[in-house]
Design a protein around this ligand. Structure first.
Ligand code: SAH
Length: 248
């Protein structure tokens, strides 16, 4: 069981698999006023940077579940490096339907809401692991400006304009689902660059190391086209943020 290999290649050097910088992740952790011993569940935990740094900086404990074997291995190594291996646990597996044995104070899905079939389904899934009064974290894209055509949406690698909402609409949707939005930290174009542009050097280095790999043609083609595609579409049209929710 694993995610498509293309992600394991292009994001192999990423610690944060989202348009967030370490500073923004730290801002979010501080914004949530986390207390030592807070139990966190992270579905789609990637390389574990959120859990590991919040364990180091705020003393949280918790579990991450991710379908990428290599990201999960990186998460376990990161926990050892940061000296928090006794606080956080990383499980390689499918997070769809995952409910923790013990209730948590923070239940997160940051940039992987397909796990629950979309925002509403993922919130419902996370709510099953949450203690009363706990916080749900959802990381999700939104349109910074409305894409003028469906082709522009596809240029952002969305299936259609209807995949995402504008920010006020997304916040309204979260309210309609019965939640107060109690905090948010948003990506900006510079933090998007850290996510997207970092893939380019990784692809270049991977091509040099793996010229005969069956994926080399695909990676070559991606490296040739991605900078212009990203600057034309994603960087201009797509926003992203993490929203902290509490049930009304
Ligand atoms: N939250 C992390 C990773 C976001 S990228 C971060 O911010 O860095 C999306 C992650 O979802 C990837 O790590 C991918 O491996 C994982 N993923 C995709 N489908 C999954 C599934 N069904 N179950 C668990 N993890 C999944």
């Amino acid at each position: 069981m694993d995610i498509p290999r293309i992600f394991n290649i292009t994001e192999s050097a990423h610690r944060i698999h989202n348009p967030f910088t370490p500073e923004k992740l730290a801002t979010l952790g501080a914004a949530l006023r986390l207390e030592s011993g807070t139990r966190v569940l992270d579905l789609g935990s990637g390389s574990g940077e959120m859990l590991c740094t919040w364990a180091r900086d705020h003393g949280v404990i918790g579990t991450g579940v991710d379908m990428s074997q290599s990201f999960t291995e990186q998460a376990i190594l990161r926990a050892e490096t940061l000296g928090v291996a006794d606080q956080v646990r990383f499980v390689h597996g499918d997070a769809a339907g995952y409910v923790s044995d013990e209730k948590v104070s923070v239940a997160a899905c940051v940039g992987a809401t397909w796990i629950g079939g979309g925002v509403a389904g993922t919130i419902a899934l996370l709510a099953r692991s949450l203690r009363p009064g706990g916080i749900i974290l959802i990381g999700e894209p939104y349109w910074r400006q409305p894409p003028p055509t469906e082709d522009v949406a596809k240029g952002c690698l969305a299936n259609s304009i209807s995949d995402f909402l504008m920010l006020p609409e997304l916040l309204a949707l979260l309210g309609h689902l019965g939640y107060d939005v109690v905090e948010m930290v948003l990506a900006d174009q510079d933090s998007w660059d850290r996510y997207e542009a970092a893939k380019w050097l990784t692809m270049r280095r991977w091509l040099e190391a793996n010229p005969d790999d069956e994926f080399a043609t695909e990676i070559r083609s991606a490296l040739s086209s991605e900078p212009v595609r990203y600057a034309t579409y994603t960087r201009e049209y797509l926003g992203w943020g993490v929203f902290a929710l509490m049930e009304r």
